[in-house]
Ligand binder design. Structure first.
Ligand SMILES: Cc1cc2nc3c(=O)[nH]c(=O)nc-3n(C[C@H](O)[C@H](O)[C@H](O)COP(=O)(O)OP(=O)(O)OC[C@H]3O[C@@H](n4cnc5c(N)ncnc54)[C@H](O)[C@@H]3O)c2cc1C
Length: 412
């Protein structure tokens, strides 16, 4: 933490004031009440969001959109509020969804507005902005993000899906893997290789591809932890060129910016701290083999350690959030640091809870004896995923080593 503080202060911030203004505080309370009154409990967590819950989620997002909150910070001509009054509105909205355990909903909003909406706003053609932004801010459209392929996960620069130039269209052929929500999407935000003869970072483009075009086959599969995601096969899919995002061949830059925004969404430490507090609450009165857990010195010390680590994460989030409030700043380093630390803590928190609960921790929600409604068994499955989603730990360490610590590039 001290190293990070030194790094950030060396970039010019003498001090930071993390308190909300009275107006931000009022907005936060209004959002909190709104979520409590309107977000259906079926949408809690994110392991549960499957296709059957999509209509519920869209219904809730439409209510939020009606208040103007999905696009509070977007210009009025694209359906936003042009809101300068509450510059932290996006941050507060996401933070409150995490606070209330609606992590999946927070993720949907982040994809829709934070990643795709913001990137379109920055680099999209006027035509695309006018077509998509109002629909997005009104929650009329759903997107999936289609980057990964069977041989291109962390090493995304090695994607092979090709877009062949054919008059007014591109013809897309390839195979995308792990494309979450492709089955319920209207469009896929798709990374393709558009320039023949290029390798690695050169010659990539991003296309908005309608999900039901002829030549697209989507197959849903379920992971061991119950999360559903999709294989997407693309067989000579014809996509009009007007759905190209930004400049042709410039996709790597847009991708890096979008990935930083995606990682920023994984930084919310409320998703770690709130369940941890519920767990501590349970430990206070729980017994194992006739002994009070709260009296066990190993349990007490482990919980105290975790408490301190989470407090460090919250501080990291505040620093990163404050920097990301500047829309022109791409928070690559902050996102990598927060993403890595949160994934690590999520995993530690889940394994610690299961260690303390012993075999009872493995009981799932359908078991009446499961402590805390089996929440931790599901969380254990999800926490493992966090270590790889949005770029694995090693990739984020590389970003920090190069961009944060100024160490030389090392390619392996
Ligand atoms: C449930 C789920 C949902 C997903 N949703 C989406 C989605 O919606 N859209 C999408 O595009 N993708 C999605 N993904 C893909 C996800 O982003 C990739 O799984 C992730 O990038 C890791 O890629 P990989 O699985 O191929 O692992 P690999 O890239 O093969 O990595 C395996 C291991 O090698 C390490 N490693 C790899 N390369 C390096 C390197 N250069 N230096 C050091 N270490 C390295 C990694 O850290 C990791 O430990 C999803 C994945 C899952 C599991």
């Amino acid at each position: 933490m001290i190293d990070h503080a030194v790094y950030w202060s060396s970039r010019g911030e003498a001090s930071m004031d993390f308190r909300y203004t009275p107006e931000e505080q009022r907005f936060r309370l209004e959002v909190r009440r709104f979520i409590a009154g309107h977000c259906p409990r079926e949408l809690t967590g994110y392991h549960e969001i499957h296709a059957e819950h999509v209509p519920l989620e869209m219904e809730f997002l439409k209510k939020m959109a009606a208040k103007g909150w999905l696009g509070a910070a977007f210009p009025k001509e694209y359906g936003g509020l042009g809101e300068e009054r509450v510059p932290m509105s996006e941050y507060i909205l996401i933070d409150e969804l995490h606070h209330a355990d609606f992590e999946g909903v927070a993720l949907t909003i982040t994809y829709l507005v934070g990643i795709i909406g913001n990137t379109l706003l920055q680099v999209g053609s006027e035509e695309l902005k006018r077509e998509f932004l109002p629909q997005m801010l009104n929650a009329d459209v759903r997107f999936a993000i289609a980057y990964s392929e069977p041989d291109a996960g962390n090493d995304i620069a090695s994607i092979c899906t090709r877009a062949v130039d054919d008059g007014d269209d591109f013809i897309i052929t390839g195979h995308k893997r792990f494309i979450t929500c492709a089955d319920t999407s209207d469009y896929m935000w798709t990374l393709v290789r558009s320039e023949p003869g290029t390798v690695r970072h050169q010659g990539l483009s991003i296309l908005l591809m309608k999900s039901d075009l002829p030549g697209i086959t989507i197959q849903v599969f379920e992971m061991m932890n119950g999360i559903q995601t999709c294989e997407v096969y693309l067989d000579e899919v014809r996509v009009p060129k007007r759905y190209l995002v930004g400049t042709r061949g410039n996709g790597w830059r847009y991708l890096m910016e979008a990935l930083s925004r995606e990682r920023m969404t994984m930084i919310n430490f409320k998703a770690v701290s709130e369940p941890f507090e519920r767990f501590v609450q349970w430990v206070r009165s729980a017994e194992m083999d006739g002994e009070a857990l709260a009296a066990d010195p190993v349990v007490r010390q482990s919980l105290a350690n975790m408490h301190v680590k989470i407090a460090g994460g919250k501080m990291l989030q505040l620093v990163a959030g404050a920097r990301a409030a500047d829309k022109n700043y791409i928070p690559t380093l902050e996102a990598a640091a927060c993403k890595m630390y949160r994934a690590m803590l999520s995993w530690e928190k889940a394994t610690l809870a299961l260690d303390i609960m012993r075999s009872q921790g493995l009981l799932t929600a359908d078991s009446p004896e499961a402590p805390l409604d089996g929440w931790w068994a599901a969380e254990y499955g999800w926490a493992g995923h966090e270590l790889s989603g949005g770029g694995g730990m090693d990739l984020n360490r590389k970003i920090i080593a190069q961009q944060g610590l100024g160490l030389p590039r090392w390619s392996n």
